[in-house]
Write a protein that binds this ligand. Structure first.
Ligand code: GTP
Length: 439
């Protein structure tokens, strides 16, 4: 912008500029640098910011430029130009804009965590501060007629900018690291400076052109309000998404991903609670350890995908209507499941185990290599009684030993620790009906 300004001045010198167009263009170019500078120092540059917010900031920066141009040309030409206070209004406003931008660049420098951006704001702050000081001196010197050296003052900030950009960044620039809170606070605060500038300019301009000045000041407040509304709405969307994924995560943590029933973590917690409750109330608590028979052969003959599908069906059947809502069906690992039956003595647990076996039989899952042609399960049952409190691990261990006996005795049967039953065979479908009993 400054080069265009200088170039236009050179053209005016060579060709002459009777109509004053080139001079007007030079003025525009000399002021246009304000737009990118303001945009860069007052944008918050927060990730996930809606694009409309950037558009609003750009519109506000343009508003500043248009207003400055309008206001300054009105004060410096026409009837107002003869009023000596007009020139002071222009100088003070220009100073206010220059120093506000320098102040913001310094503030952004202190609030930037990324080294590349810190270097950017370091260069911008050096340029804008020196530019503000030079402009202050230049404008005041100009009031009394420019001496020969005054023109070169304007080149100082540009020369400095080139120097800063070309040299290696100083070492302390790398070492400096603001905290996240400081950085976020400064980035969130920055945009209000832009709106403040527009309000300031609008109020000043309203002294000369009341309605446009007032409209611009109102528009600035409105834009800032819209900006906050858009960001707030995006935050609410993001918060909703975060809440949803936290909820999903919470649900998944205690669930087995394949079957969707409780996993080992939930089992450990709930079993401990159930046993504590049993000890407190003097009630029984039973666990069923369930294992699919010949599952390795099932996988080997039909493949792992079918094996997974079989596990899902069995889990569904186990957690179906055969158990109460306060009981727990969990996947213990591999092809083993555990059912926790609260407030349930061994006899009732045996009934539940039989019902579960029957439910799995009803699924009629073909097992090409199984001795019965269908998928069957073996179940071991163990119970905590009021006079024999147990640890979760001891109870699971006991159920596992009962399951081992069931497997050893030919599978497709229930074995109960500490209980003798004369177990009748369940309803037939051509399978081996032998269901075992055990002490
Ligand atoms: N498809 C599938 N297979 C699994 C999964 N977890 C464990 N298995 C398989 O389950 C099989 C268990 O085999 P074994 O421990 O020998 O038990 P089994 O073949 O059922 O024999 P018995 O229990 O004695 O009747 C192994 O082949 C495992 O690879 C799983 O998540 N998906």
């Amino acid at each position: 912008m400054q080069m265009l300004w200088a170039g236009t001045n050179v053209l005016a010198l060579i060709w002459g500029d009777k109509s004053g167009y080139l001079a007007a263009m030079a003025t525009v170019f000399s002021g246009l640098y304000v737009i990118p500078c303001m945009f860069m120092v007052t944008r918050s540059f927060v990730r996930n910011e809606p694009r409309t917010v950037a558009m609003l900031d750009l519109a506000l920066s343009c508003m500043v430029a248009v207003l400055v141009y309008q206001f300054f040309t009105k004060l410096l030409s026409g009837p107002l130009a003869s009023n000596p206070s007009s020139i002071y209004v222009v100088i003070y406003l220009a100073d206010a804009i220059d120093f506000s931008m320098a102040f913001m660049a310094i503030l952004r420098f202190f609030g930037t965590r990324s080294f590349r951006w810190r270097f950017f704001y370091y260069a911008a702050a050096s340029y804008l501060l020196v530019n503000a000081i030079v402009a202050t001196i230049y404008n005041r010197v100009e009031l009394h007629g420019l001496p020969w050296w005054a023109g070169s003052l304007i080149d100082i900030p540009h020369a400095l900018l080139v120097l800063v950009a070309m040299r290696q960044p100083p070492r302390w620039l790398r070492a400096f690291h603001p905290s996240l809170t400081v950085s976020q606070t400064i980035a969130s605060f920055a945009p209000i400076i832009l709106s403040m500038m527009v309000v300031m300019l609008g109020v000043s301009a309203s002294r000369i052109s009341f309605l446009p000045g007032l409209l611009v000041a109102c528009a600035s407040v409105l834009f800032y309000g819209l900006r906050v509304a858009f960001i707030q709405s995006r935050h609410m969307d993001m918060q909703r998404a975060v809440d949803l994924s936290a909820l999903r995560l919470e649900q998944q943590v205690g669930r087995d991903p394949l079957t969707g029933i409780a996993n080992r973590v939930t089992l450990d917690t709930r079993l401990r609670e159930a046993l504590e409750e049993g000890k407190r109330d003097g009630s029984y608590c039973s666990v069923l350890m369930i294992d699919i028979d010949f599952f390795k052969q099932y996988n080997d003959s039909l493949g792992h995908i079918s094996g997974d599908a079989c596990l899902v069906k069995v889990a569904c059947a186990l957690s179906g209507s055969q158990v109460r809502a306060r009981d727990l069906v969990a996947r213990y690992g591999g092809e083993e499941f555990v059912v926790v039956l609260v407030d349930t003595p061994a006899e009732t647990a045996l009934d539940v185990a039989r019902r579960l076996m029957a439910a799995i039989e009803r699924l009629q899952i073909v097992h090409p290599d199984g001795p019965h042609g269908r998928v069957t399960v073996s179940i071991g049952v163990a119970t905590q009684t009021p006079d024999m409190p147990m640890d979760p691990m001891d109870l699971l261990d006991a159920a596992d030993r009962a399951l081992y006996v069931a497997k050893r005795k030919g599978r497709n049967r229930v074995e109960v620790v500490g209980l003798v039953t004369n177990d009748p065979p369940p309803a037939s479908n051509g399978m081996d009906k032998k269901r075992g009993t055990l002490t």
